[in-house]
Design a protein around this ligand. Structure first.
Ligand code: UD1
Length: 418
């Protein structure tokens, strides 16, 4: 299993390019199931989760042609299999995103239930309830969701909880349903908006994406598109936190500052100077130690849960005490015991972590438990005394493209060992 060896102490300095957003590329790739003619998708990050999604779609009959710049052509005229098997869904929960498109276009889907995962139970009841309201006949048996429908029809769906992939699944399904679907309490994440824009470019009629009410008027068919995925706001935020923690100066390019206002506000509060342009952000910490910040995670536009572990790592070495409350997932504190092994002073009270910043962390062998927890550990290693070994980094490879290359480019001492 691959590991990262990171020697802490270097301030990060320089420029890097941000990749396309994993969480937008995944639903956009799934949406190619809906189109009758080929789609061309660009700015897709080269990540394990993307490979998993492409193998899943490939099994269903989508043919992919990928050029040297990783532009992807997806031909979806010959789909013959409507199954997402357990072996694939268990490695990536986002596989559930094929459910809506399959039942909407082909009237059938057989998709494994994702089951639990490291950060909580993460049920998919809202995906199922929404499709049922649209007329799908759904059975859950033997760990699989079987969905059937002659043609889905429009419905007004009120989602009890804000769910990102749930909103995306239902928006895709509604695009081919008969009549108007209204999604209430919809997720407002930029990745939902990106998917909506992609669907619109395929011929879908969608209004209100980016607000909590999305109205979709179904059409008879969708055709292929040429679409470029938006930049990854979580990758952007992760490198900016790395610069803040190490007292460095980093410019991130090919990104969009408007996607991460909540994160930038916290980094300003921590003492960073931030300059933003059209497609870049520069953060300068001038060698200073960050100040502790209080965080409360919530759906967009509030502070993202996917940046929580990184800010925990920052608070661990910040001046003062930071309170960090996680409200989206019930078990997203797996990185805390690892950070404690590196000398962090963190106390957990329910879903709040109280972090008393220490001057220095010490290197220790630590283990990645999920994607963003791993990012938190890598950031902590960048400021720890000695060489930290981060084990099980396949979690990181699911979501950060060439992380060791990008960090090396910024002056970190990091290498991968097999
Ligand atoms: C997506 C992101 C993930 C991010 C999360 C929250 C992708 C591929 N993944 O995950 O990186 O951390 O949003 O921003 O985009 N819930 C239910 N019933 C449901 C669906 C969800 O109770 O049917 C609950 C979940 O358990 C969780 C909350 O709703 O507590 C939010 O989950 P959700 O937004 O669905 O997360 P994902 O879409 O899986």
């Amino acid at each position: 299993m691959d590991k990262l060896l990171i020697k802490g102490g270097n301030p990060l300095n320089g420029e890097i390019c941000i990749s396309g957003a994993k969480n937008a590329a995944l639903p956009i790739l799934a949406s190619t199931l809906l189109a009758e003619t080929p789609s061309y998708i660009s700015n897709v990050p080269n990540l394990q989760d993307i490979t998993t999604m492409m193998s899943l779609l490939g099994r269903m009959g989508i043919e992919f042609v990928i050029d040297e710049k990783l532009n992807i052509e997806a031909k979806s005229h010959n789909i013959h299999t409507f199954t997402a098997p357990y072996e694939m869904v268990k490695t990536m929960r986002a596989s559930i995103l094929v459910l809506g498109p399959l039942v909407a276009r082909f009237g059938q889907a057989y998709v494994s239930l994702p089951g639990g995962c490291a950060i909580g139970a993460r049920p998919v009841n809202l995906h199922i309830e929404g499709l049922t309201a649209m007329g799908a006949d759904i059975n859950v048996e033997g760990g699989y969701i079987t969905a059937q429908a002659k043609r889905l029809h429009g419905a007004t769906i009120m989602m009890d909880i804000v769910t990102v992939t749930g909103t995306e699944n239902l928006m895709m399904a509604a695009s081919l349903a008969d009549g108007v679907t209204t999604l209430e309490n919809a997720a407002r994440e930029p990745e939902v908006v990106d998917l909506a824009n992609c669907l619109k470019s395929m011929g879908a009629h969608i209004e209100g994406a980016g607000t909590s009410t999305i109205r979709i008027e179904g059409v008879e068919k969708l055709s292929g598109t040429d679409y470029s995925v938006l930049p990854d706001r979580i990758e952007t935020g992760t490198y900016l936190v790395a610069a803040t923690m190490t007292g460095g100066k980093v410019k991130v390019k090919n990104t969009d500052a408007n996607l991460l206002d909540a994160v930038l506000l916290k980094l300003l509060e921590a003492g960073a100077t931030i300059t933003r342009g059209n497609d870049w952000i520069e953060l300068d910490m001038q060698g200073r130690r960050p100040r502790a910040v209080n965080i409360h995670t919530s759906p967009y536009p509030a502070f993202p849960t996917d940046m929580q572990a990184q800010l925990t790592a920052m608070n661990a070495i910040a001046e003062g005490v930071g309170m960090l409350t996680e409200t989206v997932f019930e078990n997203r504190f797996m990185h805390i015991s690892e950070l404690q092994r590196m000398g962090a002073e963190i106390r957990l009270e329910g879903n709040t972590a109280i972090i008393n910043g220490v001057e220095r962390l010490q290197a220790a062998p630590v283990m990645a438990t999920d994607l963003r927890a791993s990012a938190g550990l890598v950031l902590a290693s960048l400021v720890a005394e000695g060489e930290t070994l981060v084990d099980r980094i396949y979690h990181i490879d699911r979501g950060y493209e060439r992380i060791e290359e990008k960090l090396t480019q910024l002056g970190a001492e990091i290498r991968r060992s097999h």
